[in-house]
Design a protein around this ligand. Structure first.
Ligand code: ATP
Length: 285
């Protein structure tokens, strides 16, 4: 990893709606960092700013000191920001291995012509690419399914293949948008292991958006909480779970279970009206 991903004072609006309003946080190398918040909090907008899909009105994003803001998404990807999309867009007829290799295209130097002419450099690159793709498949638990067409995989395996394809670009930071959405408990647990493996075995930082609070609290080293485009808390899972603003944003419910057995859901948050935020979110829908 080249260094931290630093989001600094980022602001973005849509027709007067402040999707992000002065958001700053940093993702340290080799950590799992979650961005959470109620619907419409600005999580997806934040990802889109990091990836270069949106250019913020104010603020910057840097990776290891290199400025990403203002660069097109493909340049940002080459600089080390990988993304696995929420909507699965795999090539169903191609095998697991071939799908991972598609993700490596961005790294292949010798190009299609050289490969077609079977030049030695291209052949070596192709062999190394296949070896690395197989390693990545191992990292996400798909080693035994290398030759299987992606279209025949289970839902959970498809999501993990999508993750592998993003890893094939050899990112320093991997962005995962709801990696366990729609998964049962067993698949969620497998994916949690994969996320830890990406951090610990591949040495890649993982930035996730996720609504599954149990997963977030389980795998994250750090959590950034957004609400109405503003950062309301940033800290370890334990710290944010107890943060009054976080409890207010979530009405205490989703974050109430504490590992030390204390129930923080019923804690007095000091707010005048804990129902206010929820009502506003309901109105927004
Ligand atoms: N392309 C867009 N056009 C107009 N408004 C948008 C657009 N994208 C996001 N917004 C608005 O910006 C705010 C933040 O939205 P965003 O999608 O970033 O939130 P989110 O936290 O990802 O929500 P969710 O959990 O529902 O996906 C919302 O008020 C949303 O309606």
């Amino acid at each position: 990893m080249t260094g931290p991903l630093v989001v600094e004072d980022v602001a973005l609006s849509f027709a007067g709606v402040k999707a992000l309003d002065g958001v700053s946080f940093r993702v340290e190398p080799r950590t799992v960092h979650a961005v959470i918040g109620p619907n419409g909090a600005g999580k997806t907008s934040c990802f889109n700013v990091v990836c270069g899909v949106y250019t913020p009105e104010r603020g910057t994003v840097t990776l290891g000191g290199n400025r990403l803001t203002g660069l097109p998404p493909h340049r940002i990807a080459r600089l080390g920001v990988g993304r696995a999309f929420q909507n699965i867009a795999l090539s169903g007829r191609q095998s697991v291995l071939e799908n991972i290799l598609l993700g490596r295209h961005v790294l292949t130097r010798s190009g299609v012509l050289a490969a077609g002419l079977r030049l030695p450099g291209a052949r070596r690159e192709a062999r190394e690419g296949r070896e690395r793709a197989a390693e990545i498949a191992g990292l996400v638990g798909l080693s035994r399914l290398l030759d299987r067409p992606a279209g025949l995989l289970s839902y959970g395996d498809k999501k993990r293949l999508e993750l592998a394809r993003a890893l094939a670009m050899e990112p320093s930071v991997l962005l995962l948008d709801e990696p366990v959405a729609g998964m049962n408990d067993e698949e969620t647990a497998r994916t949690a292991e994969v996320i830890r493996g990406v951090r610990d075995r591949a040495g890649v930082a993982v930035l996730i958006i996720e609504h599954d609070m149990a997963l977030v609290m389980d795998v994250s080293d750090r959590v950034t909480v957004l609400d109405f485009g503003r950062l309301v808390a940033d800290g370890t899972p334990r710290e944010v779970r107890r943060h009054p603003e976080v409890l207010r944003a979530y009405l205490g419910g989703a974050l109430g279970e504490d590992t030390d057995g204390e129930d923080t859901a019923g804690e007095d948050t000091g707010g005048e009206d804990t129902g206010e935020t929820a009502r506003r979110h309901e109105e927004d829908k």
